[in-house]
Design a protein around this ligand. Sequence first.
Ligand SMILES: *Cc1c(COP(=O)(O)O)cnc(C)c1O
Length: 391
Amino acid sequence: MLSAGLNIVGFSWITSPAATELEMIVLDWLAKLLKLPEDFLSTGQGGGVIQGTASEAVLVVLLAARDKALKRVGKNSLEKLVVYASDQTHSALQKACQIGGIHPQNFRVLKTDSSTNYSLSPDSLAEAISRDLTIGLIPFFLCATVGTTSSTAVDPLLALGNIAKSNGMWFHVDAAYAGSACICPEYRQYIDGVEEADSFNMNAHKWFLTNFDCSALWVKDRNTLIQSLSTNPEFLKNKASQANMVVDYKDWQIPLGRRFRSLKLWMVLRLYGLENLQGYIRNHIQLAKHFEGLVAQDLRFEVVTPRIFSLVCFRLLPPHNDEDHGNKLNHKLLDDINSTGKIFISHTVLSGKYILRFAVGAPLTEWRHVNAAWEVMQDKASALLARLSIE
Ligand SMILES: *Cc1c(COP(=O)(O)O)cnc(C)c1O
């Protein structure tokens, strides 16, 4: 309400020194809570910026990485640039490649499977890179994910980052959802290796009590971002900018205008504090763990991938003679559950299996809600299985 009411449009430092400087400060705070390497702080060559969404975050770093690579290999080599990610990577990366002019055939979607719990294998990355190098292509961008959208898989940042670095590539880490959990010491291990990254993104508007939109992006070298995105029209010229003494966030993002979003994050950090925020995350993970336990106790169901954060991937086991391995069955169960109007769950497909997804992430969710949700699911499963056995 304050941010909307003050109606700040802080694109250059001079349009609102407070909005600009508070954004630098709160992103340094958040970087410290996440124990990000110092290179990401605004006190060095790097810094944080609030983007609207993770999609914009990956787009701006892809553009920065593209232009940095083209500077090295020549402007005419755009069609040789190759992007790497796993098949679990969010579609935002594909969109960024489309906008960034990456040749559609140079977007390497590397296969994952259950043997690595759907995380990207460093060997498959290394193989793909060496194959591309032998045919004269130029690997330039790797996107790893901590907490994939389908199943919250965690890519091994250290091993992947080493490969990216030794090939002179930009390494982006998308932790849009799971980054929040890494303010807890016991979950910080999932971003071990972030030291190798050139950029790191976490959505405070997902699981960090901050209203949409507030996507925190850090880069180690803010100049690469600025070189790709800055413009300098006459009507925006001012002493502070021209003396190179200030941060002008207009040069770190796609649009010119920008809201006072750091006020929201400042409010959350000041109001809750680290301990309460950690408690908030831990409670959700406990609730998800509780749900996982309920599923595991009911032998008609299976938990499909190990639960890491607050998402549980599970499914109803099909009868042995089921032709499509329970896919239609689980699709029907999803529809039956959601059409009660009491709860809403979503689905994904992994290794050809239709899977149900139960996510905890709302501030008002309590144990009783999780228990009630499970009862709805059990009831609908019983009814569905009874109907099947009559047919
Ligand atoms: C939610 C999510 C995104 C997309 O987020 P937007 O902010 O809506 O663009 C991208 N990547 C991951 C891993 C996500 O969880």
